[in-house]
Write a protein that binds this ligand. Structure first.
Ligand code: KG4
Ligand code: ZN
Length: 340
């Protein structure tokens, strides 16, 4: 019998609902973005996010079912993100999911947001061999994760300060380019000269960790120096040089970690996986070595609920049902899922 799971994602600034069948068939994948609401503040305002989730979630749930062509009675389970994320935002999705589980008498499945980002690779490429090494790069996280199964994630390294997406967003703010910074810098970088500025790369040798705060400071110093000297900064050159510095380290450390662990399958996950240069360079380095590379389509890399419902299908089959008292957890390492 088919497994049909309704997924809900409200951990940050996107309200998302999706229906996935048998783990990989995405029947609907809807997102109500709040980017315009937060733009004027230059970042996500938690209280504003929670209120917007409240307004969006009801109609979005109905639309996700309608578009999928399934009714409430067809659902095997309801899966929702329970962390990590903004507490108030998480509670909207979690409480809605609990109400649905209770009212329909179906299991509630709690999904780890980062595990779901990584699992998007198995939805996009069901035959992806495990273990694989995933570079998870989002607005809140940057990690290298060894993936052995839907509950078996080993974090090899992570950022010591800013996440990659955060570095993009903060740098875009410094350069007065707008919000969110990732897509804007990515686009500008296409026409810029990556050698125009010599920004630092933080290699942190001997570890698989990352650090982007030095790079951000270097951009700030460059902007200040240029201002004092009365020299205009060419935004496309600054964007291209910044992006080259970020991708050098992300790609270099991913390849090194895969080599060290004898892994020949690498994957990308999280919002920054939408980055053109990162996708191209990781694919190139992996294919040079004859490795498999998995890069999900854009609608599965940025925050979405298909990744929640997809991983929810796997966890449903493992009978990982959550109690209706499941709490929202704002911080939660991936490694706690192992043997949970
Ligand atoms: O995974 P995500 O959608 O939300 C979080 O869970 O954080 O990631 C959002 C982040 C933002 O920082 C955004 O600037 C960045 O992903 N991003 C990009 C691109 N598209 C989105 N960064 C670089 N290049 C892009 N094309
Ligand atoms: Zn995310």
């Amino acid at each position: 019998m088919s497994v049909i799971v309704l997924g809900i994602e409200t951990s940050c600034d996107e309200t998302a609902c999706a229906v996935v069948k048998d783990g990989t068939q995405v029947l609907s994948n809807l997102i109500s973005s709040q980017i315009d609401l937060h733009r004027r503040y230059g970042g996500v305002v938690p209280e504003v996010a929670s209120r917007a989730h409240m307004e969006a979630i009801g109609p979005l749930l109905d639309a996700a079912l309608t578009q999928a062509g399934v009714g409430w009675d067809d659902l095997s389970a309801i899966a929702t993100t329970f962390g990590p994320g903004l507490q108030g935002a998480l509670l909207v999705g979690l409480t809605s999911a609990k109400a649905i589980a209770w009212a329909r008498g179906i299991p509630l499945v709690g999904v780890h947001h980062l595990a779901a980002h990584i699992w998007a690779n198995k939805i996009a490429n069901p035959d992806l061999p495990m273990p694989f090494l995933c570079l998870l790069v989002s607005g809140g996280h940057t990690s290298l994760v060894l993936v052995r199964g839907p509950e078996d994630f080993q974090t090899l390294g992570e950022t010591l300060d800013d996440a990659a997406g955060e570095a993009y967003d903060k740098t875009a703010r410094l350069l007065e380019l707008g919000y969110p910074g990732g897509p804007i810098i990515d686009k500008l970088a296409e026409t810029g000269n990556p050698k125009a500025y010599d920004f630092p790369r933080s290699w942190l040798p001997g570890t698989y960790d990352f650090s982007f705060s030095g790079l951000k400071t270097a951009v700030l110093r460059m902007v200040e120096r240029s201002r004092q000297a009365g020299i205009a900064v060419k935004p496309e050159d600054a964007a291209a040089a910044f992006q080259r510095a970020v991708t050098d380290v992300l790609v270099g450390k991913t390849i090194k970690a895969a080599e060290d662990h004898g892994i020949k399958t690498v994957a990308l996950a999280g919002g920054v996986a939408a980055n053109r240069e990162l996708r191209e360079r990781l694919s190139l380095e992996a294919s040079k070595r004859g490795w498999n590379v998995s890069i999900p389509p854009l609608d599965l890399t940025t925050d979405n609920a298909a990744m929640i419902a997809g991983l929810g299908c796997e966890l449903y089959q493992l009978k990982r049902f959550a109690p209706l008292g499941l709490a929202a957890v704002s911080r939660m390492p991936l490694d706690v899922l192992k043997g949970a």
